[in-house]
Each structure stands twice: as C-alpha cells, then as structure tokens.
Design a protein around this ligand. Structure first.
Ligand code: ASP
Length: 322
C-alpha cells in the first residue's frame, strides 16, 4: 500500500516536473481584481501583452472584480498550481489582511511570488462641476458641505479607499463614500457628475486630466509626476500625511513549480524591458521597479514590509470589513 502510494507520488512529481519543463503549452490567464477600464486593468493589459512574446503563448487578462479586490486572490489561491492562472494585484495585498476579518486568503502563505512590477502615484480628482479650483478650495468646500459631498472608491482595501482614508484623516473630515468594483466604473460616474471626488492612480486619471474631463487637485507622490508636470503634490500645497504610491506584483498559487515561476518571472522581466512598455508606463506616470526588484524574493520582502507598515495605520483608523 505504502509502496503504491510513494510510486504514485513519484509519478505525480515526475509529471509536474515534466510539465514545468514544457511550460507554457497554452494560454496563461492573468486575473485582475478590479473592473475593466480601471488603472489595475490598464497595468495588467500592458504587461500581459508584452509577456506574450517571451512566453510564446498568449497571456489573457480576466477581470474578477469585487469591491476591495478580494475575489481574484481567492480564485487564484484555489486555482491549479501549474502557472496557467496568475494574479496581478496592488498594495491591497498588504492591507487586506488587516482590513478584513475574513479575507479568505493569506497573502504571505497562499501564493508563490513572481515579482514586483511597478509603482504608480495617485491623484485627487473631482467632477467637472465641482466649484473648487485648487486643493485649498477643495478642502474648504468639503468641510463646508461634509454632509452632501461624496467620495468614490473601489471598496474597502482598494488603493482609492486607502488614499481616501489618509486624505480624510489629514483634513480631519469624513464624508460619505460610494464603493464600486473598480475605479473604472467610478470614473464614469465622476465624469458624469454622480459622485464628487476620488483619488485614483495616474494609470487611469492621466487621460481624463489631460482631456479636461475631471478637475485635478494634486498628486500623492513626494515629487511631481513627469507626465503631469503642472500638477502640484499634496505636500507642496501644505497637506501632509496623504502620501501614497500604489505598487503592483505578480503572484501564482502556492505549490506552482519553481521552474514555472522562473519562466514567468523571466517573461515579466523581459516585458518590463520592452521599450513600448516603458513608453506606455512613462506616459501614464508609472515607474517600473529596477531589475533587481522584479524578482520573487523582492516581492515577498516588499509585501511583508508593506503589511508591517500599513497594519498599525489601519488599526489606528479602526476600519474593518467582514
Ligand atoms: N484604482 C482602484 C483601486 O482603488 C482599482 C482599480 O479599479 O484598478 O484600488
């Protein structure tokens, strides 16, 4: 009995190892935790297209949106660990474990790490009809209308939620928040005037700002963003404590063979070197991590340090979801 069991395990390991050597023989699916048309989706689509060449197989983007972005990690955690289902996620991977009492996954133990992708600043933007012309006026407007003003976000755990939390704490005023399954749909409502303001990544807001579709009140980075040189930082305008950068990483289900992870990491690194990708990211204010951080070890290390950084901030703010 024991002999048959060990023979079967040996054969399974052998089959997995053989499959890992051939990987990939068909399309790879990259799961996105937010709605199509939003900033995470944009980063995913640029990366997926560029990874297709080094992998020799198509990388298909599949959106599994949910408020807060907790569904896609659950799906990938439970997927077959063969490299054909991978996850792109952002800073939310570091904040969800503290924000949710029951997220359904543990970011540090339920995944294999592929690498860090890029970092993207956020922008505070408002609906076109908002009377405030600059950050100072926006803050005064929010304080004067705090019972009527609405803030759109992508649910508890989203980057837009974190940014809103920091912003409201910095201006010491809470307003009504309206959650969406991604800031793509939230942006549509902002442009249409159904919600008043939001904070979203430049990978989504740059086009709307340049096209004059929304009002912009500042960037959340320490320095101005090269693609939006006229937009001042929040800090420059005297607002401290709302600095935030949204980082992205690639993950695979726990147990995915190392040979497969190595191939996915190499394809991601190759994609980030692609001049078309570099140009696209630069146009959208995104900064790729240096090559020595585009690795499984660096992603794990960064995730852990971000969990340690955000957990006391969230606990202090007392925000929790079930
Ligand atoms: N920007 C969103 C967030 O707040 C997510 C998205 O739609 O990409 O996390």
């Amino acid at each position: 009995m024991l002999r048959r069991f060990s023979l079967c395990c040996t054969m399974l390991a052998f089959t997995l190892a053989a499959a890992a050597q051939d990987f990939p023989t068909r399309a790879v699916t990259m799961m996105v935790p937010y709605a199509a048309g939003g900033p995470t989706d944009t980063v995913a689509r640029v990366l997926a297209q560029a990874m297709t060449k080094p992998l020799g197989q198509t990388v298909v983007v599949e959106n599994r949106p949910s408020a807060g972005g907790i569904l896609a990690p659950q799906v990938v955690k439970n997927a077959k660990p063969d490299g054909y289902t991978i996850l792109i996620h952002h800073i939310g991977m570091a904040t969800i474990p503290t924000l949710y009492r029951n997220a359904g996954f543990d970011p540090l133990t339920d995944f294999e790490f592929i690498g860090l992708v890029n970092e993207v600043p956020m922008t505070i933007i408002g609906k076109p009809a908002l009377p405030a012309g600059n950050l100072k006026e926006l803050i005064a407007y929010i304080k004067a209308n705090k019972d009527r003003v609405s803030y759109a976000n992508a649910g508890v755990g989203a980057a837009s939620h974190l940014c809103g939390m920091l912003f409201m704490s910095a201006i010491q005023t809470d307003v009504l928040t309206v959650p969406y399954k991604g800031t793509g749909p939230a942006m549509n409502d902002l442009v249409g005037g159904q919600v008043d303001f939001m904070c979203d990544q430049t990978t989504s807001t740059t086009g709307q700002i340049k096209g004059g579709k929304v009002k912009v009140y500042g960037v959340t980075s320490k320095k101005r963003v090269a693609s939006l040189p006229d937009v001042p930082t929040l800090e420059e305008q005297g607002l401290l404590g709302a600095e935030i950068a949204v980082w992205h990483g690639l993950y695979a289900p726990k147990g995915t063979p190392k040979a497969v992870i190595d191939k996915l990491a190499a394809a991601m690194q190759q994609a980030l070197k692609d001049p078309a990708v570099q140009q696209k990211f630069a146009d959208l204010g995104a900064v790729s991590y240096p090559p020595d951080m585009q690795t499984p070890q660096a992603l794990r290390h960064h995730l852990k340090s971000e969990i340690d950084k955000w957990s006391p901030i969230i606990k202090k703010a007392g925000v929790y979801a079930d």
